[in-house]
Ligand binder design. Structure first.
Ligand SMILES: [Zn+2]
Length: 350
């Protein structure tokens, strides 16, 4: 008989305008009376005040507050033991870095975690891992999914457009990641979790069908990225959300002088690798083209030489991880042709 898999998925999910001002109400329903708040530095005052007011309106005490400046493993592990014993939950508020630290601190302290992202630049707000730096370089640490995800779509709509495009790039990566997973199954018998693969693949369609950045566009992106986190939890693997395109981005993070936003790197990498895969090109292209992704990249083009260097190292970055890059010797040549000839990426590399 098959054993049932225990998975931990968010039971509180609110994705709507005005959700920020209701965080206190949601926590009170979870019977939380004392919380820690870990927020990004430099957040607009109005955002922090909205959360403060919503907590005090419900009589919830803020027993610890930290402004996260440093998304390092060292900072997160130093913070966890400093949380007061009375603390019943951890709220992460802001952008990617603060949320990764808050998620990992909650994981170390075995406390429920509520993610309140103020932008949607990648799937990290609801993924079962935390991206933290060790000696200044990004690495991934296993963690738990948040118990709650509260996305105020009006707040996210107020964030810079480039962050939304980065989230779109991370979403496009799901198409190529699932194809790579299937390649690994055929090449090496790596098991596929069919439901996780289906769920991750399906998240792309709604936004692709309505590629507009407005309140509804923020809602569709948030929903898609949240479900990608759930797909990873179901599969107990990053495979549903991360394939060869993420290897290229990891190589850029390690080797380039100035890594760009995660989703911009993986979105562009997904577009490139979709040209090496079968079946993924049209969907990746449609999502990226229709959302204006390439225009966003053109504002601060990538370095062509750094991408060539990253491509040389990407296939070996995760040992035993089979993708469309495995065993290929024509990556540099294919990439040069891609940069020279693909009309969509003209101006995206210098
Ligand atoms: Zn990603």
């Amino acid at each position: 008989m098959l054993a049932a898999t225990q998975i931990g998925i968010p039971s509180l999910v609110r994705i709507k305008p005005g959700a920020l001002g209701r965080v206190g109400v949601y926590l009170a329903r979870m019977r939380v009376a004392q919380v820690a708040l870990l927020a990004s530095e430099g957040l607009p005052r109005a955002i922090v005040e909205a959360i403060d007011e919503s907590l005090s309106a419900e009589g919830i005490a803020l027993v610890h507050q930290t402004c996260v400046e440093d998304a390092s493993y060292e900072a997160a592990t130093a913070l966890a033991p400093r949380l007061p014993a009375a603390c019943q939950a951890v709220i992460g508020l802001g952008g990617g870095r603060a949320l990764d630290v808050a998620k990992y601190v909650a994981h170390l302290a075995s406390l429920p975690y509520v993610a309140v992202p103020t932008s949607l630049s990648n799937d990290g707000f609801a993924s079962p891992s935390a991206s933290l730096t060790v000696d200044g370089r990004r690495r991934t640490f296993g963690s738990a999914l948040p118990r709650g995800v509260v996305v105020d779509t009006a707040v996210c709509l107020g964030a810079p457009r480039l962050l939304w495009l980065s989230g779109v790039g991370d979403l496009a990566a799901k198409v190529t990641a699932v194809v790579d997973w299937k390649l690994a199954f055929h090449a090496r018998g790596e098991p596929i979790d069919d439901l996780a693969a289906l769920l991750s693949d399906a998240t792309v369609f709604q936004l692709a069908g309505r590629p507009v950045r407005d309140l509804e566009g923020e809602r569709l992106l948030a929903t898609a990225l949240l479900l990608d986190g759930v797909a990873m939890e179901i599969a107990r693997s990053s495979r549903p959300a991360s394939g060869s395109e993420h290897l290229i981005s990891h190589a850029l993070d390690r080797r380039s002088a100035r890594p760009r936003l995660h989703g911009l790197q993986v979105g562009m990498a997904a577009y490139f690798v979709s040209g090496l895969q079968r079946d993924s090109r049209a969907r990746v292209e449609q999502l990226l083209r229709s959302t204006g992704f390439f225009d966003g990249v053109r504002e601060d083009p990538f370095e062509r030489a750094e991408w060539l260097d990253a491509l040389a190292h990407a296939p070996s970055i995760k040992e035993g991880f089979h993708t469309v890059l495995t065993g290929r010797h024509d990556l540099a040549e294919r990439f040069e042709r891609f940069v020279e000839e693909d009309p969509l990426v003209q101006g995206c590399f210098v």
